[in-house]
Design a protein around this ligand. Structure first.
Ligand code: SF4
Length: 709
């Protein structure tokens, strides 16, 4: 309106791990507009449809949780309560359970969408105050195989490349990622690079012929779960063709001779059989990858959400180590982070097996370092429960109270039947959330309203290790408070009840910057050292990549440029993995391979994007996509209602022919939940089988049947 004063604030988009910079426009009360930040190194002003409609998503705040709510019993409805009453009730119950059953009888399940400071306080509360490592996160469903892939080969959980490497690459290899939909601004950068350099080759590996695959120079439509076979086969060809950089291998790596023995069996013909593709395309991919001199690999959930996710990550990283294509412009393995701040969560050790600043829980020296930094006697040694294990323990009654923050496990966890039963059986479910209508909210005994995007201060780290300081542009609605502040308030109350007088000194923060400064100190001397950063510096110089130690003038664009790796020997380690089948096999009863994933214009369980009408232009409702031959065989036509059934559950959905699908494979988007179908969305069907190392579940594959209703 004329005369209205619009104020602008810099921030980041809260959806995916690209971490685009945004300018938030407010009228002092509400967010009235969003545009891309021309100065942000992730996107230089670009936004995808989701980011560009953030202001519309937050304008529809009739689903926001505004006040704490408490219910006295499982059969009661929640009633509005004061913060004091809600937090006292939570602290009373947590303290009683801990005193009677021990610290491992409680758990926290948090989110890759929290800010780093929020994450830090949750982690310290569980490990430093309560004495349990039962703090895990929805990043377990997203990036934990990328973490174990990096650590087992390169020594640390650190993506070595940067977005600017897209402009230096001569070959881009995308595996298990529909980048065009899931990380659209990265895909635009790839398109730009291809337009500037027509010789830049794009290879895409995916069971589906996605939008990303359709633009590839070479597409390898492998059978689900056969990635390790393909990567081993490509290495076999690279050896045969003399494309391995033996000088680099000798100087900077270990374990190559053993791997050579393993890949001997992975001939192009054998791998073609395993992967269901032509031998020529394997040879072509190996040659383009090996000959380019600058191959950049992007990968995401197709590799991570697998019962062999660590092996898949490792086998792809092998190709970079074998050809010496790492630590050089335009080259390196690059995991695309799913959520906005999954990286920040990993940095503060916000998972059941990690400690702050990339320390490991199983390392006694690291545990003692954290105990010293926090000023506590010890950090518990006993590994905490990972996401799947946590809900299984809740189901069995081993965990009795769970605190869930900023995530929706009654939608996003695999095997929903078990997860929902677990939430019903829990003695106490506390939900700290910005929205009161999520599937999980139905199970909450205590609902705590949290501030959300544009309403709180802290830092986020995107896929390329780049940290941005975000500040509140508007006040949070109702009584909603920042997540870190809620946890500090709870920690002090719980500490009193547990007789831990040190709770006040353990959580002394007056503001969020004090949390950041403490986190920063834990990174001193570590691979992700950010002792040179401060809120003031980030505001003055803009987003910065880690490491950024004290005295540095800029972060590091590329890691391992000198060929020295953060391992005991300083050498990178080749992963020696055999191809193993998916956890669940198809059979006569469940003959189809189910794949799940994102659509272009929706985000997770649609708490935000579901309120923006224009985001339904791309896909109005969920469908199961199927090959025409499979439709014909079942007498199906487009739009028919079908029942999709797995060994764990079923759902009802429309069916649609898709040229993206191979025969015997179907795809269902992950966004819609129980309110749209007679089930719990795609996770009514998925399996909770997980990778033995990363504990990441195989959300990308289940055996299903489809029948006409
Ligand atoms: Fe947001 Fe990701 Fe889109 Fe960028 S690419 S605007 S971070 S959803």
């Amino acid at each position: 309106k004329s005369g209205e004063v619009i104020v602008q604030f810099k921030s980041t988009c809260c959806y995916c791990g690209v971490g685009c910079g945004v300018i938030i426009e407010t009228d002092g009360q509400r967010v009235v507009g969003v545009k891309g930040d021309l100065d942000h190194p992730a996107n230089f002003g670009r936004l995808c449809t989701k980011g560009a409609t953030l202001h519309l998503a937050v304008a529809q705040n009739d689903t926001r949780a505004l006040f704490p709510e408490v219910r006295e019993g499982k059969l009661q409805i929640r009633e509005t309560a004061s913060w004091d009453r809600a937090l006292d009730a939570a602290a009373d119950k947590f303290a009683a359970i801990i005193k009677e059953h021990g610290p491992d009888a409680v758990a926290f399940y948090i989110s890759g969408q929290l800010l780093t400071e929020d994450y830090y306080v949750f982690n310290k509360l569980a490990k430093g105050l309560i004495g349990t490592n039962n703090v895990d996160t929805n990043s377990r469903l997203c990036m934990s195989s990328a973490v174990t892939g990096y650590k087992s080969t390169l020594g640390m959980d650190a993506p070595p490349a940067s977005y600017e490497d897209i402009d230096h690459a001569k070959c881009i290899f995308i595996a298990g990622s529909n980048t065009a939909f899931a990380h659209p601004v990265i895909f635009r950068r790839i398109e730009d690079a291809r337009a500037k350099n027509p010789d830049l080759r794009l290879i895409v590996v995916d069971p589906r012929k996605t939008d990303t695959a359709q633009s590839a120079d070479l597409f390898l439509p492998i059978l689900p779960g056969t990635d390790v076979a393909l990567f081993n086969g490509m290495l076999h060809v690279m050896l045969w063709e003399g494309l391995c950089d033996m000088a680099y291998i000798r100087a900077h790596t270990e374990g190559f001779d053993e791997l050579k023995e393993t890949v001997r069996e992975y001939t192009p013909q054998a791998v073609a059989q395993m992967c269901g593709i032509e031998p020529e395309s394997i040879i072509q991919a190996a040659k383009w990858f090996g000959e380019s001199g600058a191959t950049l690999s992007f990968y995401c959930q197709g590799l991570n959400q697998s019962s062999h996710g660590t092996d898949k990550n490792g086998a792809l990283i092998n190709l970079h180590l074998a050809t010496g294509q790492i630590g050089k412009p335009g080259a390196g393995p690059f995991s695309l982070t799913g959520q906005a701040n999954a990286m920040g969560g990993r940095e503060v050790g916000g998972m059941a097996n990690l400690l702050s600043a990339h320390r490991s829980l199983d390392n006694p020296v690291h545990r003692q370092e954290m105990a010293n930094l926090w000023g506590v006697d010890s950090v518990p040694e006993n590994p905490g429960k990972s996401a799947v294990e946590l809900f299984e323990a809740l189901h069995k009654g081993e965990i009795k109270a769970v605190w869930i923050a900023c995530t929706n496990p009654a939608h996003s966890m695999p095997n929903q039947t078990l997860v929902r039963e677990a939430l019903e059986r829990a003695e106490l479910v506390v939900l700290q959330e910005a929205y009161r209508n999520t599937d999980t909210a139905a199970y909450a005994d205590i609902l705590l309203p949290a501030a959300s995007w544009s309403e709180k201060e802290g830092t986020v780290t995107n896929s390329e290790r780049c940290i941005t300081h975000v500040i509140p542009a508007v006040n949070a609605p109702g009584d909603a408070r920042p997540d870190w502040e809620i946890m500090v308030d709870f920690a002090r109350r719980l500490g009193q009840r547990l007789g831990k007088v040190d709770a006040e000194t353990l959580f002394p923060y007056q503001n969020v910057e004090e949390v950041f400064n403490e986190h920063r100190e834990t990174t001193r001397g570590r691979d992700l050292d950010i002792t040179g950063l401060s809120y003031a510096l980030l505001d003055q110089k803009g987003p910065q990549q880690w490491p950024f130690p004290e005295g540095a003038t800029q972060g590091k664009v590329r890691l391992y440029e000198e060929g020295v790796f953060p391992t005991a020997s300083g050498h990178a380690r080749f992963a020696n993995a055999q191809y193993l089948q998916t956890a669940e096999q198809t059979d006569a009863r469940y003959p189809l391979h189910l794949n799940t994933g994102r659509l272009r214009d929706q985000w997770h369980s649609m708490s935000r994007t579901g309120s923006v009408a224009r985001l339904f232009n791309h896909a109005q409702e969920p469908v199961v996509s199927m090959h025409a031959d499979d439709m014909h065989r079942r007498g199906l036509k487009d739009g028919d209602i079908v029942r999709v059934k797995s060994r764990r559950g079923e759902l009802v959905i429309r069916v649609q022919t898709s040229i993206e699908m191979r025969v015997s494979q179907v795809f269902i988007p992950m966004h819609w939940g129980g309110q749209f179908m007679n089930g719990a969305g795609s996770n009514a069907l998925t399996t909770s089988s997980f990778d033995p190392v990363s504990k990441q579940p195989e959300l990308k594959h289940a055996a299903v049947q489809v029948e006409k209703l």
